[in-house]
Design a protein around this ligand. Structure first.
Ligand code: ADE
Length: 249
């Protein structure tokens, strides 16, 4: 997968050199290009923002540098990818909420581009230009109902959630399946050695060697944990592995 990120703080993306994502880049599984939006400015001060028409607080990102950035992506598509276009993701609190299902959708794309807004946002005409230049492949995506200072942290989050779904990025593919949000339930609690620690015991069923009993216990834990922490994820009642109903508290 190719990912392009356009930001006025390219160094903000440096954590993408680390850990599994950094390794995926070095192994050629992820082709990441980070661009400085200011490289598409033409004035001495490398200006990317200006005051909002109609008044109001803060500054708005100017259209021209963003249009140049989008045109650059388009020309990369023409020159290197037979006219293909990236899916442009613009992080912002006004977008569709990011979740595991969207991570899977994005992981199916061969080429993603992220436009990191700052200040009060990007001039609305940039979205119109991007829609046209990228054949309608533009999405505004929100991490949640709160406001960040810019899109960079969202790009780190979305890139990590997406890249770990790419084949070969996470060593043990089975660990991707048994995870919170993969099937609508939160993960069960996990334990490791020692079996007894500071007077706290690992649940005996996990030491029993009875795989059926362990699977049932883990499923019940997932239901109880989801009911306690995220009742919004559950239907009105959820079914246990054995077909028994667990009442929702
Ligand atoms: N930029 C500012 N706030 C954001 C949010 N909640 N999600 C994604 N990008 C943002």
């Amino acid at each position: 997968m190719r990912i392009d990120v356009v930001s006025i703080f390219p160094e903000y993306l440096s954590p993408l050199d680390l850990s599994l994502i950094g390794k995926a880049r070095r192994e050629g599984l992820l082709d990441l290009h980070v661009h400085d939006l200011r490289s598409w400015t033409t004035d001495r001060h490398r200006t990317v923002d200006d005051t909002p028409y109609g008044g109001g607080a803060g500054m708005v990102m100017k259209p021209e540098p963003w249009a140049q950035a989008i045109d650059h992506l388009r020309s990369v598509g023409d020159e290197s990818y037979a006219g293909a276009r990236p899916l442009l993701v613009v992080p912002g609190p006004g977008g569709r909420r990011f979740d595991q299902a969207m991570a899977h959708e994005l992981a199916g794309e061969p080429w993603l581009a992220f436009a990191c807004g700052r200040y009060e946002g990007i001039d609305e005409r940039v979205y119109e230009h991007a829609q046209e230049a990228l054949d309608g492949r533009v999405r505004v995506v929100s991490l949640g109902d709160y406001v960040l200072n810019g899109g960079e942290v969202a790009v780190l989050t979305i890139t990590e959630a997406v890249a770990r779904l790419l084949p070969g990025v996470v060593g043990n593919a089975a660990s991707l399946v048994e995870e919170s949000h993969e099937d609508g339930l939160l993960e069960y609690p996990v334990y490791t050695k020692p079996a007894s620690w500071r007077g706290r015991e690992v649940p005996p069923v996990l030491l029993s060697g009875d795989h059926g009993a362990i699977a049932t216990w883990r499923h019940r834990q997932r239901l109880e944990r989801t009911a306690a922490r995220r009742p919004d994820l559950l239907p009105s009642s959820a079914t246990l592995a054995g077909g028994k109903e667990l009442p929702i508290r």
